[in-house]
Ligand binder design. Structure first.
Ligand code: PLP
Length: 392
């Protein structure tokens, strides 16, 4: 049985049109873009075309797009590349407490190497209050990194306001837009952003292709050295098929994003309304309106510790969702740092279910899902009460 896929924040299915665009570059168009002969030039031209599509999607110039292997690498390049371009001295970075591990783990590495880092709190709805950024700034603050949209909650941060505050202070502004690119409009001519991370596999493209937008004039230094590809910022023979796929995915997103988003918001709101109506104790986590079109993060009062059990039961019933708090069953008992940052107590922070909808989902899947979810949550409740209501 093919399960219904509701985990688009983890990764998206590749759009068949993207596969078709990539196909020739996995077979007969195998040239190295650095080669001067015809085969190499074909590969170079394909990368140039992809760069134009990715740039167009965020209203940037092609020369401002650096292709890398993932969103994680884009985040690493933004932070490490900024540090490497700074003169020796005292430096301070600021990020929100709910950034993706690609940012948080890189910042921890920088802290071990002498960079001071401040983490901004978020409100109960998962938003950074711009006044907290103003309060955290120091004379030596060099970079502020706050994501456009959180991967677990889908909550949209006030990045325009935050970027303006960072710039008024003379700091760079980076944003991890991995969840947002291709889902909501992002315009680099309107947003004063210096560095922006993207990943192809979150917008119906292939895994292993990402990009960092680097505003013209922003100084970065590489952490990979070699043949000097990508203007010296990312040495390595390019993943031509992956980049072509990223370009195709970006082109499709540019054409279809508005219609997709309107339809997916309809599905999302139908899901939230049905869950709130039919499942006692179910609650929405994150801001109700300031969220990505397809993101729903749910808690079930008193049953938070059983999110993994619920996920596995839903999987068994044919629905692929994610536990918003933990990546694996072995970590199920750990409170989520994101829910903790929202002010959840350690018990409530142990579990949520993340349902992320996408391009190929249909209304009837939502309706079937709510029925099954309702049944499974009720099942959990009766098991828990038989066990003595440990979590009640
Ligand atoms: N940043 C955010 C917000 C993400 O959601 C992810 C992926 O889950 C990443 C970064 C990492 O992207 P990639 O999987 O391409 O390394």
């Amino acid at each position: 049985m093919n399960s219904v896929y509701f985990d688009h924040a983890a990764t998206t299915p590749i759009d068949p049109r993207v596969v078709a665009a990539m196909q020739p570059f996995l077979s007969r168009l195998y040239g190295n873009p650095s080669s001067l002969h015809q085969t190499g030039r074909e590969a170079r031209a394909a990368i140039d075309a992809a760069r134009n599509h990715v740039a167009a999607l965020i209203h940037a110039a092609a020369a401002e797009i650096v292709f890398v292997a993932s969103g994680t690498e884009a985040d690493n390049l933004a932070l490490l590349g900024t540090v490497k371009a700074l003169p020796a001295g005292k430096h301070h970075f600021i990020a929100s407490a709910i950034e993706h591990p690609a940012i948080l783990a890189t910042l921890r590495h920088l802290e071990e190497n002498g960079i001071a880092v401040s983490y901004l709190p978020v409100t109960a709805e998962g938003l950074v209050d711009p006044s907290s950024l103003t309060a955290a700034l120091r004379p030596e603050t060099r970079l502020v990194s706050v994501m456009v949209a959180n991967n677990v909650l889908g909550t949209l941060q006030p990045v325009a306001e935050l970027a303006a505050i960072a710039h008024a202070h003379g700091a760079l502004f980076h944003t991890d837009a991995v969840q947002a690119v291709g889902k909501i409009p992002l315009d680099m001519t309107a947003l004063d952003i210096d560095l922006l991370s993207m990943s192809a596999h979150k917008l119906y493209g292939p895994k292993g292709a990402g990009a960092l937008y680097v505003r013209s004039g922003v100084r970065l230094r590489p952490f990979l050295f070699g043949g000097g590809q990508e203007r010296g910022l990312r040495s390595a023979t390019e993943n031509v098929a992956g980049i072509v796929g990223f370009g195709a995915a970006a082109e499709i997103a540019g054409q279809e994003m508005a219609a997709d988003a309107a339809r997916i918001v309809g599905l999302r709101d139908r899901l939230i309304a049905a869950v709130e109506k039919t499942i006692p104790g179910a609650y929405l986590i994150g801001h109700r309106y300031r969220r990505l079109p397809g993101h729903v993060c749910l808690g079930f009062a008193g049953r938070e510790g059983e999110a993994i059990k619920l996920l596995l039961a839903l999987d068994e019933a044919g629905f692929a969702v994610s536990a918003g708090s933990a990546c694996s069953a072995s970590r199920a008992a750990e409170p989520s740092y994101i829910l903790t940052a929202l002010g959840f107590d350690p018990f409530r922070a142990r579990g949520s279910i993340r349902i992320t909808l996408g391009r190929f989902n249909r209304e009837e899947e939502i309706d079937r899902f709510v029925e099954v979810l309702s049944r499974e949550v009720a099942g959990l409740r009766s098991i828990s009460s038989l066990q003595g209501g440990v979590y009640a």
